[in-house]
Design a protein. Structure first.
Length: 194
């Protein structure tokens, strides 16, 4: 199976996935990075680990449709079987999602459906909930929505501050995402209605 990781920023999940592939924990034939941000740190990570990069900036295209068409063309060229969104800061259009039914995953730093959106860790922290967590799910046309594949709790300790909580959530993500991709590649996830 061929994997494409989509990321826009730091890329720590990208690195965790690449590490799991290199260690043989995920049996991917190939992996590529799709990035929409020329200034993203994840590009440096890809260069260091010799992963092929498709860089596509939205502003270089006159429409979202053209932008996505260019990406899809490259995905077809590399015969991509699975897309893993890992901090990709753009919603994919319903047309894009339909082209890869049950073949796009996302990781989100909360126990979905709680705390959707891009400030999930901060929102959980400020709401003083006793625990939050990490979710890996299939992507559908709605944001942070779609059938859950794996989900794990992360407790919020009284002595936590936002930074310490973020740190624990990210280290949970780095284990959970490779596990979910491994499950997908081993055919252990039943594809039904999401
Ligand atoms: C992660 O917290 C992920 O759950 C969210 O975006 C963040 C990306 O972090 N979707 P990184 O770029 O992988 O370090």
């Amino acid at each position: 199976m061929n994997l494409a990781v989509f990321a826009s920023g730091n890329g720590s999940n990208f690195s965790a996935i690449v590490k799991a592939i290199k260690q043989g924990k995920i049996k991917a034939r190939s992996v590529i990075l799709v990035c929409d941000n020329p200034g993203a740190f994840v590009l440096k990570r890809a260069q260091k680990s010799k992963v092929k990069v498709i860089l596509a900036s939205r502003q270089d295209f006159s429409s979202r449709k053209d932008f996505e068409a260019a990406i899809i063309q490259r995905l077809k060229y590399y015969k991509i079987d699975l897309i893993a969104l890992a901090g990709f800061m753009r919603m994919l259009s319903p047309d894009f999602v339909k082209k890869y039914p049950n073949r796009i995953l996302n990781i989100h730093p909360s126990l979905l459906p709680a705390f959707k959106g891009s400030h999930a860790i901060k929102d959980a922290f400020e709401n003083k909930v006793p625990f939050t967590g990490v979710t890996v799910h299939f992507v559908d046309e709605k944001m942070d929505h779609g059938r859950v594949i794996l989900q794990e709790k992360v407790g919020i300790k009284v002595k936590d501050n936002l930074t310490s909580l973020e740190k624990r959530i990210h280290s949970k993500e780095h284990k959970l995402y490779p596990q979910a991709i491994k499950l997908f590649f081993s055919g252990k996830i039943k594809i039904g209605k999401s």
